[in-house]
Design a protein around this ligand. Structure first.
Ligand SMILES: [Ca+2]
Ligand SMILES: [Ca+2]
Length: 109
């Protein structure tokens, strides 16, 4: 708490929107204000996790890259269908081959 009448130095982080600042949340990242006293924006090269940004451009700690909406690329978002499709076809062929083999075995006996 700042005493009444105390001089508050202008600048980012003092909790007051001074000249040249878009907002000032007191040196904190909030839902609407970055800690550098600019409004939250995806693409401003500032990661504000309080506003839900996991990354911003090349910044952040994403293993697989950053989406255009400042969320990390998730492993499940990488298309897996081709390999699963091939595995499915392989299993079907294996199952079909087993059935044919059993029928032939029965016919032979
Ligand atoms: Ca300020
Ligand atoms: Ca940002």
């Amino acid at each position: 708490m700042v005493p009444v009448g105390a001089y508050i130095q202008a600048g980012c982080g003092n909790g007051i929107v001074d000249a040249g600042e878009e907002c000032d949340a007191g040196d904190l990242d909030t839902l609407t204000c970055d800690g550098d006293c600019t409004l939250v924006e995806c693409g401003d090269a500032y990661v504000n996790e309080a506003a839900g940004e996991e990354c911003d451009g090349d910044l952040g700690s994403c293993d697989l890259g950053c989406n255009s909406d400042c969320t990390c690329v998730r492993p499940t978002e990488i298309p897996m269908l081709p390999s699963w499709g091939l595995l499915g076809v392989g299993l079907l062929l294996l199952a079909g081959g087993t059935v044919v083999f059993r029928r032939r075995s029965v016919e032979a006996s």
